[in-house]
Design a protein around this ligand. Structure first.
Ligand SMILES: *Cc1c(COP(=O)(O)O)cnc(C)c1O
Length: 418
């Protein structure tokens, strides 16, 4: 269900007019729907019920504490890629023992922190990392549970920057080498093999690449069993796509059903690490039109959100639906680019859109709940946007808009020379 819908020409977040949020908290602002977040997470839980499973929400998609707390309370585990993300999970009472740690460059201090916290598993991405984990676990007199992230060499058929399961990508251990690395891991005294893992990319709109990766992982599981290495879980990563425009990704329940069908006879816990498919369509970016300008052939709508707030259009060629918050019938639409105030030609939210807008109007940038705020920056010394979560008719401020003073905190000029 769409929780950002129009009633009588006014866009709402659940039961709250977006215009009310703008007048109370200003723009730009990210707005999340509590109901949408819950529904998307529960779709995974429902599809997986009856099979041993763990849904580890990928924190990097949207790491706001209110989002994490909501999901933790619904029983989510977490997929983290840094000590900072682990701290966020622990801060909201998320379970360390439902948390898996991914990433190619885990630092020693991060490994130590995660081991002490008692995470479920390290998704190990190289032989060097495996040896580092063994060393740290031995020093702490403990055992580290690990799985190897294999690179199954399948094409996720997505944007090259978010494709991760090909040999040419930096991620994982190629599947042939992985067999050897598993044998090496089995010989390490402070490491316990519990799983196998892969994550082939993001915004996948087909099931096939997932199933190809699964087949390859299962083949390796079979080879490992033959030599006495048994894994308890298979982690298929995240990556299920969402509809931004006219994409038709499989519904969560169809994707999971197809995966479970292949796992039927196997006594393997299934872990998934969805990020985008939980948060993308549970959030929007609210922005106000500052100026309308025209350079000869082109119309520009200059808004107060910029690439520092939402980098996906310029980084990934992402297309996000942009809609006026208040629409009137029979208004003249014009083709325009929606651009921000940042001094970069790449600073746009949308190009060649038909819109009827004037100075001061509010615009809603849809599908902004994943990789929106978390990828935002302070470029041009712009304070990051406020974050709001709506619960039916109640507006909750879940992150205050940054202040300019807070941006300069921690900076120092050189001492005066006499
Ligand atoms: C980013 C990432 C995810 C989440 O991907 P989505 O496309 O947001 O579902 C899951 N696992 C790993 C290892 C990741 O890097």
């Amino acid at each position: 269900m769409n929780h950002f819908a129009s009633h009588k020409g006014e866009l709402y977040a659940e039961g709250v007019p977006l215009a009310d949020i703008a007048s109370r908290y200003g723009t730009p602002a990210y707005v999340y729907s509590k109901k949408a977040l819950s529904e998307h997470f529960l779709a995974y839980e429902q599809a997986l019920s009856g099979h041993s499973h763990l849904v580890c929400y990928a924190v990097k998609a949207n790491s706001n504490l209110a989002v994490l707390k909501l999901l933790a309370d619904l029983g989510a585990g977490f997929d983290i890629v840094s000590a900072g993300e682990l701290k966020r999970v622990l801060t909201v009472g998320g379970s360390a023992d439902k948390t898996v740690f991914s990433g190619v460059g885990k630092r020693a201090d991060e490994i130590e922190y995660a081991l002490k916290a008692g995470i479920h598993c390290f998704n190990v991405e190289s032989k060097g990392e495996l040896e580092q984990i063994q060393r740290i676990a031995r020093n702490l007199n403990t055992t580290a549970a690990i799985s190897l992230r294999i690179n199954p060499d399948v094409d996720a058929l997505t944007h090259p920057y978010i494709s991760t399961g090909l040999k040419e990508n930096k991620f994982g251990i190629d599947i042939d080498t992985a067999f050897t690395v598993y044998q090496q891991a089995a010989a390490l005294p402070n490491v316990k093999i519990i799983g196998i893992d892969c994550h082939i990319g993001s915004q996948l709109t087909e099931i096939e690449p997932f199933l190809d990766a699964l087949d390859r992982a299962l083949a390796l599981v079979g080879k490992l069993t033959e030599i006495g290495i048994n894994v308890e879980h298979l982690d298929l990563g995240g990556g299920l796509g969402v509809r931004y425009r006219d994409e038709t990704p499989p519904p969560i329940k169809d994707y999971i059903a197809a995966v479970l069908e292949k796992l039927q006879e196997r006594n393997l816990t299934l872990i998934v690490e969805p990020g985008r498919s939980i948060t993308a369509n549970a959030g929007i970016l609210l922005t106000r039109v500052e100026y309308i300008k025209n350079n000869g052939d082109k119309n520009f709508v200059v808004v107060d959100a910029a690439m520092n707030d939402m980098i996906r259009p310029t980084l990934y060629d992402a297309w996000l639906n942009i809609e006026p918050v208040h629409s009137e019938a029979n208004q003249l639409e014009e083709v325009c680019d929606i651009v921000g105030p940042v001094c970069e030609t790449g600073d746009f939210l949308g190009k060649d859109r038909r819109l009827a807008v004037k100075q001061g109007d509010l615009l809603c940038v849809h599908s902004a709940g994943a990789y929106g705020f978390t990828m935002s920056s302070n470029y041009n010394t712009r304070p990051r946007a406020a974050e709001i979560m709506v619960d039916e008719t109640t507006i909750h401020l879940v992150r205050e808009r940054e202040t300019i003073d807070s941006l300069m905190r921690g900076e120092h000029t050189l001492p005066e020379t006499p």
